[in-house]
Design a protein around this ligand. Structure first.
Ligand code: MV4
Length: 444
């Protein structure tokens, strides 16, 4: 195992990684920006090092500063968490060049899977179903021809995008013509790559993802599935595991995810996202080459610690776990508690948390970096913490989550808790009628 790692992230995920690393006896250096000096991961770290100013471009996205921090503190490896540089192939490669282990997939896997057109190609090679889609489209004419073939609506996607960024649903040729050029420009500005492609639009799908884990030498396991359909503007709000699909379908999707990951000898934790339509057809949509925000629901239904497995694989200790060891037990739900005002279009609500009290009791897990008196910096995302409820079945998990949310005290800023309570009380949600338009259709 590593002697020392650098945690190149902040907030709840920095604390999440720190906790497991410390349990394994790994000395942790937390890299922090000037805005995070008084944060919990910094206070609990074995060592902390300032890597720059509050704006992420100068700190959590600053490759030179992070590499220097790792080298001067004598770290063996870097854990990138999620977001920031977690899916940046150049960063992963720079780590390797400086003899620092990047705790994640090989740079080449990140690069290939990060390109959505390439990812679709890899999926097809692995016999994984993808939505009917075009290749790289350089002209509006090509896009129009393709859209006529598969019929509208279609969805325009940026090859370098992901997670909903750079996407446009279009309903007609007019619509397509109007959107194509500005979508290209947006993609060029946001990702430095204007490449776009078109897919047949799947209406009201469920967003189901499979957690996979590879040893980098061809062995790949799936660690069941999550339903992340409850989202708003591509921001996930509530996730659960397992998803509400029949077991044979779950197995077929999981097998497909394993085939894709095995096809590229995937190393570490990854997630294959699928869209599942009303008829039970499933289509690969993208793969995320990082630990996900919602990984705790997977941990709760399997008893595994994904960060522990990440550290072991990265340290060259292999993946002794076998598929038979991954057993599903019960149901877990996670809600993301954001400092946002759900009554005001989810506008970020900055400020100081004057009083914080988290819930407890059976089946409750809290992943949060905040405390009473904590000042939420305006520079980063608005996640205050994640509340996870486990119970033997879904109905009890819902009841437990409602109980826990009512126990929670977060004074000083508006949060998404009232919104979550409404979702949990919604009859459609309770009967499992969840799909990606749920929030817009049932909650607004
Ligand atoms: C789609 C889709 C429907 N058809 N692709 C959004 C996130 C990204 N990982 C994939 N996403 C989607 N891709 C096809 N061909 C629907 C989504 C989607 C979505 C679309 C519109 C509004 C909300 C959505 C929420 C989740 C997924």
């Amino acid at each position: 195992m590593f002697k020392k790692i650098l945690i190149a992230n902040r907030g709840e995920i920095a604390l999440r990684v720190l906790r497991t690393a410390q349990e394994l006896g790994v000395h942790c250096v937390v890299a922090y920006s000037q805005a995070d000096e008084a944060s919990l991961p910094v206070l609990l770290a074995d060592e902390a090092i300032c890597i720059g100013p509050a704006p992420a471009a100068g700190s959590y996205l600053n490759v030179r500063n992070l590499l220097s921090a790792a080298l001067v503190t004598g770290a063996d490896a870097i854990h990138p968490g999620y977001g920031f540089l977690a899916e940046n192939a150049e960063f992963a490669q720079k780590c390797e060049e400086h003899n620092l282990v990047f705790i994640g997939p090989r740079p080449d896997s990140i690069r290939r899977i990060g390109n959505k057109i390439e990812a679709r190609k890899l999926a097809e090679e692995a016999d994984v179903p993808v939505t009917p889609g075009s290749g790289d489209l350089s002209s509006v004419e090509d896009a129009l021809v393709f859209a006529e073939q598969v019929r509208y609506p279609v969805i325009l996607k940026a090859s370098a995008g992901g997670g909903g960024r750079g996407m446009r649903v279009v309903h007609s040729a007019d619509d397509l013509e109007r959107n194509m050029v500005n979508a290209q420009e947006e993609a060029r500005a946001a990702f430095g790559n204007p490449e776009m492609y078109v897919e047949k639009y799947i209406e009201e799908p469920r967003h189901i993802e499979i957690q996979v884990f590879g040893d980098g030498e061809g062995k790949v396991l799936h660690i069941f599935d999550r339903d992340c359909s409850i989202q708003r503007r591509y921001q996930k709000l509530l996730e659960e595991a397992p998803s509400l699909i029949p077991d044979p379908l779950r197995q077929r999707i999981a097998d497909a995810a394993v085939r894709l990951a095995a096809h590229i000898d995937y190393r570490g934790a990854g997630t294959c996202e699928f869209l599942v339509d009303r008829d039970g057809n499933f289509y690969f949509s993208e793969m995320n080459t990082r630990l996900q925000v919602e990984h705790p629901v997977t941990e709760m239904i399997t008893g595994l610690d994904l960060v522990r497995e990440q550290l072991k694989v990265a340290a060259g200790m292999g993946l002794p776990l076998n598929q038979e060891d991954v057993v599903l037990n019960g149901h877990a739900i996670e809600v993301r508690i954001n400092a946002e005002d759900p009554e005001n279009d989810f506008r970020p609500a900055a400020g100081t948390l004057s009083d914080v009290h988290w819930p407890g009791g059976p089946g409750i897990r809290v992943d949060s970096h905040v405390y009473s008196g904590y000042k939420i910096p305006p520079n980063y995302d608005s996640l205050i913490g994640k509340l996870i409820a486990w119970a033997p079945d879904r109905e009890q998990a819902i009841e437990r989550m409602r109980r826990a949310l009512k126990e929670t005290v977060l004074e000083g800023v508006k949060t998404t808790i009232p919104f979550h309570l409404r979702v949990l009380e919604n009859a459609f949600f309770q009967r499992g009628a969840v799909y990606t338009n749920f929030v817009a259709r049932r909650m607004m």
